[in-house]
Design a protein around this ligand. Structure first.
Ligand code: SF4
Ligand code: SF4
Ligand code: SF4
Length: 203
């Protein structure tokens, strides 16, 4: 793999997270990953990681079942830099009558597993609403990302979490993805995937 190709590939990883200014984190990447490594189960075993190109992915749903892991190593994330903090989030709920001051509601949730959470950031009626994805519940089905892409700001999208991925020599999703959206990227010490995807608080 040439240096140029490495750069191009890593660039889409960075673009996906919309966090180009937050990458100067040096050796933190390997410390963070190392904490989550379990050599018998998952975690990056090489400098290369499988990743999804959000520009090509159509959130078709195959990532949920094609991964050799159950639940899938694929998870949805919400890029807060692109999110509009809407009262009604298309990736969260289809009920457009949700009240401003409601944190929990009875509307029809987009996520079948109730993994998209809504918080009123300021606590007041006119506050910002923060939408997060609970990765303990998320199966990578892509429904929230699809709805956000169709009707919202495209702030929700799917990633392969490097700390959950088994780094299979041939990723089953990559070989079946109808869009050819998955590729293997070089991940160097300068790449902090949790920073890229704003997963700092995640265990
Ligand atoms: S299989 Fe491909 S197009 Fe479908 S959700 Fe996965 S990465 Fe996206
Ligand atoms: S809708 Fe699917 S991809 Fe989105 S949070 Fe729920 S399980 Fe994850
Ligand atoms: S490399 Fe293996 S574990 Fe990782 S996403 Fe692909 S199939 Fe799943």
């Amino acid at each position: 793999m040439t240096e140029k190709k490495n750069w191009d590939r890593r660039n889409f990883l960075r673009k996906a997270g919309q966090a180009t200014c937050a990458l100067a984190l040096g050796g933190l990447a390997y410390r963070v990953i190392g904490q989550h490594m379990n050599e018998d189960t998952a975690g990056p075993r090489s400098k290369y990681v499988w990743q999804i190109d959000p520009e090509k992915c159509t959130n078709c749903g195959k990532c949920e079942t094609l991964c050799v892991r159950t639940p899938s190593a694929v998870k949805a994330v919400n890029d807060q830099k692109k999110c509009s903090f809407c009262v009604v989030c298309h990736g969260h709920i289809s009920d457009n009558k949700i009240a401003r001051d409601q944190d929990v509601n009875d509307g029809e949730k987009i996520c079948p597993y109730d993994a998209v959470t809504r918080r009123n950031y300021s606590g007041g009626k006119d506050g910002y609403f923060i939408y997060d994805i609970d990765h303990d519940k998320c199966t990578g089905c892509g429904k929230c990302a699809h709805a956000c892409t169709e009707k919202g700001t495209k702030s929700m999208f799917l990633i392969i979490r490097p700390d959950l991925c088994l780094s299979c020599n041939s990723c089953d999703i990559a070989s079946s993805c109808p869009e050819g959206a998955i590729d293997r990227l070089y991940m160097g010490p300068e790449d902090d995937f949790k920073g890229i995807y704003e997963l700092e608080g995640m265990v």
